[in-house]
Design a protein around this ligand. Structure first.
Ligand code: THU
Length: 139
């Protein structure tokens, strides 16, 4: 599936999402879109708050949209800023994406197409919990 990714379609979805951003504080709109393993596209925009620290990144909306529309694994991801340029997901959002990514999920980045494992090396994720080592230690 990964060699059939329509990056233009994903960018268009990210740009459309970006136009819904609520950014009265930073004036920095962000839109994110991703292809899901069943072929649908999910997206999100950033939604800020007067309590600056709880601003929601575009990726938060995207993963919520993923769950709300049937779940699945993310296969490819595209994020844009207000000028429609590619934007890197922040560190916290790389972790958010990793949780829901198919192994080898591709991202359009400022230095070309990369995998989620390249932008979040040695990530902590669901498989670490599944191994149960931490739980055994506590019991
Ligand atoms: N932002 C995102 O939506 N996603 C990112 O990955 C980077 C940052 C938002 C958060 C805030 O609303 C604005 O960009 C400026 O930091």
């Amino acid at each position: 599936m990964t060699n059939e990714i329509n990056w233009n379609q994903l960018k268009d979805a990210a740009v459309a999402a970006m136009k819904n951003a609520y950014v009265p504080y930073s004036h920095f709109p962000v839109g994110a879109a991703a292809l899901v393993d069943d072929g649908r596209i999910v997206s999100g925009c950033n939604v800020e708050n007067a309590s600056y620290g709880i601003c929601l990144c575009a990726e938060c909306g995207l993963v919520s949209n993923l769950s709300m529309t049937g779940g699945g694994k993310l296969v490819a991801f595209y994020c844009v800023d207000g000028a429609e340029n590619v934007l890197m997901p922040c560190g916290r959002c790389r972790q958010l994406l990793f949780e829901h990514s198919e192994e080898g999920m591709l991202l359009q980045t400022v230095s070309g197409i990369k995998t989620i494992e390249q932008v979040l090396p040695d990530a902590f994720g669901p498989r670490d919990l599944a191994e149960g080592f931490g739980n055994e230690q506590r019991n």
